[in-house]
Design a protein around this ligand. Structure first.
Ligand SMILES: [Zn+2]
Length: 104
């Protein structure tokens, strides 16, 4: 799978980087949305399914950020994570269905 290296979101350029990813506590994680730098970081070496799911999850974070809905807008971190997981799962399933249809 090839992720886009960059994309536009509401006219703003975001970059995507595959690498080792750590959170604020320096713990390894699968993905991170660096709002200030407009960067999505994805852990290198995951399966295609994990990479896609993580990228879509972080893409929802970026979308919420550009819509001024997160972070720090009254939506709790827990709610934001639920939204990101739900949309990423839905989109992942759509991509998988399309992939299966092409092969079947
Ligand atoms: Zn998240």
């Amino acid at each position: 799978m090839t992720l886009p290296r960059q994309f536009l979101l509401k006219g703003k350029k975001w970059r995507v980087s595959l690498r080792k990813v750590v959170d604020r506590d320096d713990d390894a994680c699968n993905g991170l949305c660096a709002y200030d730098e407009r960067k999505i970081l994805i852990r290198k070496g995951m399966s295609e399914a994990e990479t896609l799911s993580t990228f879509l999850h972080e893409l929802v974070h970026a979308t919420l950020h550009e819509a001024h809905l997160a972070p720090n807008s009254g939506v709790s971190v827990e709610t934001e994570e639920i939204i990101c997981d739900a949309v990423a799962d839905m989109m992942t399933n759509c991509f998988h269905m399309k992939w299966r249809r092409r092969r079947g």
